[in-house]
Ligand binder design. Structure first.
Ligand SMILES: [Zn+2]
Ligand SMILES: [Zn+2]
Length: 325
């Protein structure tokens, strides 16, 4: 048990600050309280600070930590990552075992649930995944974004697929290229940052700085550009009856001519989060997948405000807060 009732936390309440007197979250039946080792700063955190979801409270949804309190004793002391959506456990839907439809469900550090950039956070035990002994902390902390990349393979049958192009050399683009290269042997990643393309090199991945150098006719195009031009490029590069996977949630609000989608009978697949078990399994199965390369910065929790500033710069990939390393 914790010996105090307060803890350090990164709080957003219209502005961002670090406090040391935030209440330690109270344990609930069927939940675990986790002592946080490391938390990752994510693009979603930046969106929340611009007003997305109207969130106020402790930020953070990417972490590794150790279970410190739990009514299921077998979890005590285990090193874990955690899925972020939590059903309430009390309502009619939850009582019927339909927690996925719980109208009161919360999301760690995003919707009505204090996040993990603090000494402690709580999650239902059913959300936890033990980190296998052969997966290091620096790899495990990237489980969430890697799982989002794995989701493509989960959604899309890869039989008959030969060539994939990933547009975008940010964290997610690189992780998508790595995940795809576990099942395909011809992957091109397109981006404007030479140092990021360097990071992306692994297995059968060809980095290219300009999409006009990519031969059109690929089976799969993943748009991870985060910009509106990504879709236009994706349509140009996709073969007839190929698939465009959208990993970008912000881009498509302006005018866009979708005629090529019809003419070439292109399938468009939206793809968001993945299951953590898939991400962890990929980390185990591919110990040489260089996910650690994505970690560019580490800061103590006291420097969180500076760390967030750093995370907005284009050369920062994954910025970590080391809370109880
Ligand atoms: Zn995230
Ligand atoms: Zn419920």
């Amino acid at each position: 048990m914790t010996d105090q009732n307060t803890m350090r936390a990164v709080v957003f309440d219209g502005s961002l600050h670090v406090v040391d007197d935030y209440p330690v979250p109270e344990l609930r039946p069927g939940w675990a309280r986790i002592h946080i080792k490391t938390a990752g700063i994510c693009k979603t955190d930046m969106e929340l600070m611009k007003g997305y979801m109207g969130f106020q409270g402790v930020l953070g949804h990417e972490f590794i930590g150790v279970v410190e309190a739990c009514d299921r004793k077998e979890w005590l002391g285990k090193k874990v990552v955690g899925e972020i959506n939590a059903a309430c456990g009390d309502c009619e839907w939850c009582q019927k075992g339909l927690g996925r439809h719980c109208p009161n469900r919360t999301t760690l550090g995003i919707v009505n649930h204090d996040g993990c950039m603090a000494d402690y956070c709580i999650l239902p035990v059913s959300n936890l995944i033990e980190i296998p002994a052969d997966v290091s902390d620096d790899r495990a902390v990237l489980t969430e974004p890697l799982s989002a990349a794995c989701e493509i393979i989960e959604q899309l049958p890869m039989t008959g697929v030969e060539r994939a192009v990933v547009l975008g050399d940010g964290r997610l683009g690189i992780l998508c290229a790595w995940a795809l290269s576990t099942v395909l042997s011809d992957i091109t990643i397109v981006g404007h940052h030479p140092e990021k393309l360097q990071i992306a090199r692994w297995r059968h991945i060809h980095p290219v700085a300009d999409s006009s150098d990519v031969e059109p006719g690929a089976d799969i195009i993943v748009d991870a550009t985060g910009s509106g031009s990504g879709m236009t490029e994706a349509m140009r590069l996709c073969r007839p009856r190929g698939t465009i996977v959208l990993k970008t949630t912000v881009a498509y609000q302006g005018d866009i001519n979708l005629a090529p989608v019809v003419i070439n009978e292109i399938s468009i697949l939206g793809s968001r989060c993945g299951q953590f078990k898939d991400g962890i399994k990929m980390l185990q199965d591919y110990p040489d997948m260089p996910v650690e390369r994505l970690i560019t910065d580490r800061y103590p929790i006291a420097d969180a405000v500076y760390a967030f500033e750093r995370a907005t710069r284009s050369d920062a990939m994954k910025v970590l807060l080391q809370i109880n390393p």
